[in-house]
Design a binder for this molecule. Structure first.
Ligand code: NAD
Length: 602
């Protein structure tokens, strides 16, 4: 039996344990993370210093520990340390060999009905059809598909029900919300400069002007899309499209004109998704979705139902504009699916700012009153705390989105739509009907604009007859909150639940000169490595600009980089991008910007 205790924590004593990562019976190795500690500067994992089987765990969540506190007792593995060293050497030589990089988790998709092999496509001749390709829906997936198909020389029709191209993303999603998040950041940055001796007076917020400015940003982009469509001779057909046969869509416009039948040799369905509305809620204009929230009718108190990406981004905007925000989330953590260490700095910051963050809680009733909407709360698993009920001026529903698969009469074309409204596709984005493709939100999660546009290009190229298939290893995710949270590839949560072995390195931004010069020390950069090849298989960043920084990690995964490839790439100083190189150096044991005593150079 051996004991593992808390190592020297430098200046910190009496530090809170915020997570216990092992339990009795677990087999652990040297470096397996055991507990997570949180100081006022950063969170850190305490790794195992010996290998073996955990017998007892002496610590629980919420305890406070200092150097020497007992963490666990271990039945040590004989010669454990020697074995690990030997294994590490074997891993290093494997990493240097020419073996192909490990494939991280493939992006999720509904099960494909068609064959998975990559075929040379057989483009269908236009013959007497109106178009070579008709694209249904002009969001980021649809307009990209249409433009790429036109650039490849095909005759393209693009059907869109809204007056402007760009879909949810440009009109009522990513772009307007980012414009407002920029406004929120300016307000907060100005406020925070008081600490550095620069005091601004409280900003006077002219909501009408702010709304107009946001609409102008949107207008420039959507207007630009119309020009791009014209330049490419893509015919934009206004109205709502529904299949009437395997080669025809009927388009109905709002003006009461005769519906138009559009025929096509091939079709790309890019009809997107819409906000989920919880059942049983009253019909009350004070209950809004993300589109309504962008209208900025500012209440005094806002309840956000759903602590996912949309809920938290809109909460960031409303909070900066002076609204009192409460967030209620069904699961026991914000942004489910993202590693907890990445969410923690965000949770810490907003829990000081928002009225309440209610986790593991649901809203069972919303009662319209003259004075507001009374929300009744219920704890999901009876632990934690939630008020019985409270009155809010507005309620934002942000509990996810549902695909529009059941709204396009796909059965008339023989296209399979699953019970959730997704259209299953193969790796070439083909549905079960060979000449009909589906892309973006309607083709399966994750529902992200950058996935949709990637798939749009691919579908257009396959329709043109190119031998192409979806082979991106990873799709990055970003919450543009303050701080931003971004992650890509394998997550620790996934790795643990699926028993995937990995190694990790973390660089806390409290040691980044650039981060400190921005007045922020709460970020972190984390890289996950394949245990055998030491190639990067995942990563996460929390902090200002994390959404921009994560692309380097995505590229590293796509290129099969190992830690040395990143660490030996000269990153400009002082930048936040250095934190990615520092995390790689921490893994390699070559980091000099932080003292990590236990990790010898590899
Ligand atoms: P989401 O799935 O990200 O989050 C919804 C949240 O609501 C989840 O945390 C869920 O647990 C919670 N929830 C569900 N039912 C609930 C209930 N009854 N009470 C309380 N909480 C409940 O969905 P979203 O935030 O609505 O976003 C929709 C989609 O759009 C997602 O796929 C998202 O990734 C995408 N999106 C991405 C971005 C971006 O890339 N920055 C921005 C906006 C939206």
């Amino acid at each position: 039996m051996s004991k593992i205790t808390v190592p020297d924590l430098g200046e910190f004593k009496d530090v809170e344990v915020i997570d216990v990562l092992v339990k009795p019976g677990d087999k652990i190795e040297i470096d397996t993370p055991l507990i997570t500690l949180e100081t006022e500067k950063a969170t850190m994992d305490v790794p195992a210093t010996a290998a073996g089987t955990v017998k007892t765990v002496a610590i629980k969540k919420g305890d406070r520990v200092s150097k020497g506190s007992l963490i666990l007792e271990l039945e040590a593995e004989e010669g454990g340390e020697t074995q690990v060293t030997a294994a590490a050497e074997a891993q290093d030589s494997a990493a240097r060999s020419e073996s192909p990089p490990p494939a991280p988790e493939a992006p999720q998709r509904p099960s494909a009905p068609a064959t998975e092999e990559v075929r040379v496509a057989q483009p269908v001749a236009r013959g007497s059809y109106d178009f070579d390709v008709v694209v249904l829906g002009a969001g980021p997936g649809g307009y990209t598909a249409a433009f790429r198909a036109a650039d490849l020389g095909m005759k393209v029709g693009l059907i869109e029900r809204w007056p402007q191209l760009g879909g949810v993303c440009l009109n009522v999603g990513c772009i307007p919300s980012k414009a407002l998040l920029h406004a929120a950041k300016v307000i907060e940055d100005a406020k925070e400069m008081a600490e550095a001796g620069i005091k601004f007076t409280k900003p006077k917020i002219e909501v009408d002007k702010l709304r107009e400015w946001k609409n102008k940003v949107v207008g420039r982009l959507t207007g630009g899309l119309s020009t791009l469509a014209k330049q490419r001779k893509v015919e934009v057909i206004r109205g709502t499209g529904k299949f009437v046969s395997p080669h025809e869509i009927e388009v109905t416009s709002e003006g009461g004109q005769q519906p138009r039948r559009v025929s096509f040799a091939q079709c790309i369905i890019a009809a997107g998704s819409e906000s989920i509305r919880l059942p049983g809620l009253p019909d009350d204009p004070r209950i809004i979705d993300s589109t309504g929230a962008l209208e900025l009718d500012l209440p005094k108190r806002l309840l956000v139902i759903g602590g996912g990406i949309i809920g938290l981004e809109m909460a960031t905007v409303y909070d900066a504009l002076g609204v009192k925000v409460t967030v209620v989330e069904l699961t026991d953590g914000l942004i489910p699916g993202c590693d907890r260490d990445l969410v923690r700095p965000l949770e810490k910051r907003i829990s000081k700012r928002y009225e309440k963050i209610l986790l593991g809680t649901k809203v069972t009733k919303l009662e319209p009153l003259k004075t507001g909407l009374r929300a009744t709360f219920e704890l999901v698993n009876k632990s934690g705390e939630a008020p019985k009920s409270e009155i809010f001026d507005r309620v934002l529903l942000a509990v996810g989105r549902t695909p529009n698969g059941k709204r396009i009469n796909a059965e008339a074309a023989g296209v399979v739509v699953n019970e959730r409204g997704f259209i299953p596709v193969d790796r070439q984005m083909r549905t079960n009907v060979q000449h009909i493709f589906a892309i973006g939100d309607i083709a399966g999660p994750p529902m992200l604009a950058h996935k949709a546009s990637h798939e749009g290009k691919l579908a257009a190229e396959v329709a043109h007859g190119e031998k192409r298939a979806f082979d991106a290893r990873v799709i990055p995710s970003v919450a543009y909150t303050d701080p931003e949270v971004a992650w890509v590839g394998l997550t620790e949560t996934d790795a643990r639940s699926k028993g995937i072995e990995y190694e990790k390195a973390v660089f806390p931004w409290s040691a980044s000169g650039r981060s400190l010069s921005l007045g922020r020390d709460d970020g972190l950069t984390k890289l996950l490595f394949d245990k055998t090849t030491h190639r990067v298989v995942g990563g996460g960043i929390v902090g200002p600009n994390a959404g921009d920084l994560i692309s380097e990690v995505a590229l590293a995964i796509e290129m099969g980089c190992d830690a040395a490839d990143i660490g030996l790439t000269i990153h400009p100083h002082p930048t936040l991008s250095e934190t990615i190189a520092f995390a790689a150096e921490a893994f390699d044991g070559t980091l000099t910007d932080l003292y990590i005593p236990k990790r010898a150079a590899r």
